[in-house]
Design a protein around this ligand. Sequence first.
Ligand SMILES: [Zn+2]
Length: 263
Amino acid sequence: MAGIFKKMLIAALLVYLPGQTMAWGMLGHRIVGQIADSYLNKKVKKEIRKILGNESIAMASNWPDFVKSDPSYKYLDNWHYVDFERGTSFAQMKSILEKDTSANAYTKLNFLIAELKKGSLSQEKNAMYLKLVIHIVGDLHQPYHVGYHDDRGGNDIKVTWFGSPTNMHTVWDSKIIEYQQLSYTEYAESINFTNPQQRKQIIEGGLVAWLWDSYQITETLYKDVKAGDKLFYRYNFDHVGTLNSQLLKGGVRLAEVLNEIFG
Ligand SMILES: [Zn+2]
């Protein structure tokens, strides 16, 4: 019995163990997916159901993190984030992205959206590409996924969270979210309040504007913390509002992307 329990625990840890570029943890992606679901057009919901079957958007959202354990999906590792130099301006970011041909969250998201729009993919590819879109839009709202090259999106900023050693990337992937002690459905329900005017504002400008929005938040977060900091209640208190707003924007923008692809 104890042996089985230990194996289960190890399996759970392996799933949860934050890799260098692990995304929002499981909860973050599911919250974004759950919120997006509430803003989909009827026709789009139907199309997505044809592709995902009974799997909800929330539950499909984690697949790109799960497959990191399979070496044959190694090529997807760079698809979860896009890093910039410190002090990048909006104009610089725009021009970098326009010329960018490397594999990153921005270039691959554009690729996936274009492929899905064609409507001629095999069922298997449709499902894979859709899960990637759901996941990557979520990732781009975790501020440290639109961070700096030189510290690997906050992975090198070592801090403690309530006494346990971790790093800033992980604090934002999962620590603050888990600290709220809500399920993903409870979480989505507790923050998903928008009116059409606000949603219009959130989606304005498209992908480049969304990345710039995340990057600006990332810059303020970088200023707020240094290696060795001991984070406790106060960090949660100061930042949970930003976290929730990022999750909400992620959901609204994901719905926009899906409505555009399948509408
Ligand atoms: Zn990811």
